[in-house]
Design a protein around this ligand. Structure first.
Ligand code: KIV
Length: 306
């Protein structure tokens, strides 16, 4: 089998398996990394077949799939349910699973235990944890357990109660300094990549230039080594005003609604299903059935006949 260069990938073609090493290679070659969230089998198939590098089972599924207010309530078991489905749909993309809030903040042993569940039960190839310097010890423990870790700094949604909401981070000199320390600490701990969320593009560019780990941005400008978007934002399935950094590439909500209205109209007007969409009896059964029905009608008492 010949290897298809990643940049020339076309929909549906097979390509080489993306690993954590591929991400570093791509940073080195200045070949942008693509990442989308995937939460179920169908979207995982589409993400993989479109040649996206990383399928991220983000804890954003708490809102997009489960209708929670924020990411804080989703559990390891709920996440695992989705990771397993995505595993069944992803072949070549790297599968990263988000560690939900509470699954790695309590102590390192529990973090390793939960991270191992994502690998053993869910088939994840890496896990993602939010936080910088303060998370380095636990991240080291998880990497020591042979589990690649993706870092996540900046606007970290699991910290909304501390940050006072979804606010762009890294806007003051001291905040920039802290972000830089966080990125360097994660890089030294050996993370496979760092997600940079909700920070000024200038800061993301500085971090990206400073560290060896690839950076994947969301609301962090164009100078990161790669970009991630939430699948539901990409195709307009999020039912609200999108954030400034979202670019909508399709309108699945309109497409799906149109299909559902057309279906409803056909059902109520008896246009669906038609004869071609129905199963038919084999000829001999049809003939036999007609004979039986005929006999039954003849033997019925007249009062019962219609
Ligand atoms: O949960 C998620 O979808 C994420 C990405 C936005 C990075 O963490």
């Amino acid at each position: 089998m010949s290897l298809t260069p990643i940049g020339e990938f076309r929909f549906g073609e097979s390509r080489r398996k993306i690993t954590t090493a591929t991400l570093r290679e791509k940073k080195f070659q200045r070949d942008p990394i693509t990442c989308l969230t995937a939460y179920d089998y169908a979207t995982a198939r589409l993400v993989d077949e479109a040649g996206i590098d990383v399928a991220l089972v983000g804890d954003s599924l708490a809102m997009t799939m489960l209708g929670y207010e924020n990411t804080l309530s989703v559990t390891v078991d709920e996440m695992l349910h989705h990771v397993k489905a995505v595993r069944r749909g992803v072949k070549d993309a790297l599968l990263i699973a988000d560690m939900p809030y509470g699954s790695y903040q309590v102590d390192s042993s529990e973090a390793v235990h939960n991270a191992a569940r994502f690998v053993k039960e869910g088939g994840a190839e890496a896990v993602k944890m939010e936080g910088g310097e303060k998370r380095v010890d636990v991240i080291r423990r998880v990497i020591d357990a042979e589990i690649p870790v993706a870092g996540h700094i900046g606007l970290t949604p699991q910290s909304i109660n501390i940050m006072g909401g979804y606010k762009v981070q890294g806007k003051t000199l001291s905040a920039i300094e802290q972000l830089m320390r966080d990125a360097v600490a994660l890089d030294r701990a050996g993370v496979c990549c760092i997600y940079l969320e909700g920070i000024p593009r200038e800061v993301a560019a500085m971090i990206t230039a400073e560290i060896g780990a690839p950076t994947i941005g969301i609301g962090a400008g164009p100078d990161c080594d790669g970009q991630v978007l939430v699948f539901h934002d990409l195709v307009n399935l999020t039912f609200g005003h999108p954030a400034k950094f979202v670019r909508r590439y399709g309108d699945a909500a309109a497409l799906i609604t149109q299909a559902m209205l057309a279906y409803k109209a056909d059902v109520v007007s008896h246009q669906f299903p038609n004869d071609a969409e129905s199963y038919h009896l084999p000829k001999e059964t049809q003939v036999a059935l007609e004979t039986v029905v005929h006999r039954t009608v003849l033997h019925r008492k007249p009062a019962l006949r219609r």
